[in-house]
Design a protein around this ligand. Structure first.
Ligand SMILES: CC(C)(COP(=O)(O)OP(=O)(O)OC[C@H]1O[C@@H](n2cnc3c(N)ncnc32)[C@H](O)[C@@H]1OP(=O)(O)O)[C@@H](O)C(=O)NCCC(=O)NCCS
Length: 173
């Protein structure tokens, strides 16, 4: 491909992205039959993905709830897994397929969690994020979470260094 056509392709891609129609998403509950496709998505999103077995075990806990986002063409674009107990909820993992970033997938999943929290008198939703995960830090701040603390050297990075966890909460009542 010549430099000119490469340049045109890049311009077209940018123009298409700008005019992209809003993504139509179907948000459903995460069923244990879907652990394989969910763990495949997790692999695309994290350096240390969770196994099918781990998802299966977590889903056996009655307090654990999960939501999946599919496109109208039934492509899995996002997942959220967390726990709702009376008074408090916690997000264990949240991820959007890399091809669908910045199209509202994670925002829709958080919205669904908040709605799921209402009957349980949940007052706050908690989570922790690696201090180096800038997209996630920006995302949680954008959707209204407030950083309230820091857990020192909570995550071990691959190079034997440790990173802090930033603790976030969203007050829902
Ligand atoms: C963090 C993550 C879940 C966000 O998912 P997403 O579906 O792209 O998020 P949304 O489209 O709903 O973003 C909503 C807003 O959050 C902010 N945001 C999201 N990603 C951002 C980024 N990379 N940089 C800056 N701001 C960002 C923006 O304000 C965005 O709104 P805008 O696109 O209109 O500007 C996604 O980047 C991801 O899956 N990362 C890898 C897995 C991960 O780190 N998960 C979190 C671990 S706790």
């Amino acid at each position: 491909m010549s430099l000119v056509s490469l340049f045109i392709c890049v311009l077209l891609r940018l123009a298409l992205q700008r005019n992209k129609p809003p993504l139509i998403l179907n948000i459903s509950s995460f069923d244990h039959k879907q652990v394989r496709e969910v763990s495949e998505l997790h692999k695309l999103c994290f350096d240390e993905p969770w196994s099918e077995q781990l998802f299966t075990t977590l889903l056996e806990n009655p307090h654990v709830c999960g939501f999946l986002a599919h496109t109208s063409g039934n492509e899995l674009t996002g997942l959220l897994l967390g726990q709702i107990t009376p008074g408090e909820a916690e997000i264990y993992t949240l991820a959007t397929h890399p091809d669908y970033h910045r199209q509202g997938v994670a925002s829709h999943l958080i919205e669904k969690l908040i709605v799921g929290c209402l009957p349980q008198s949940v007052q706050r939703i908690l989570l922790e994020v690696n201090e180096t995960n800038l997209p996630a830090l920006k995302f949680y701040e954008k959707v209204g979470f407030i950083a309230y603390g820091r857990r020192k050297k909570y995550y071990m990075s691959s190079s034997q260094h440790y990173n802090d966890a930033i603790l976030f909460e969203l007050k829902v009542k």
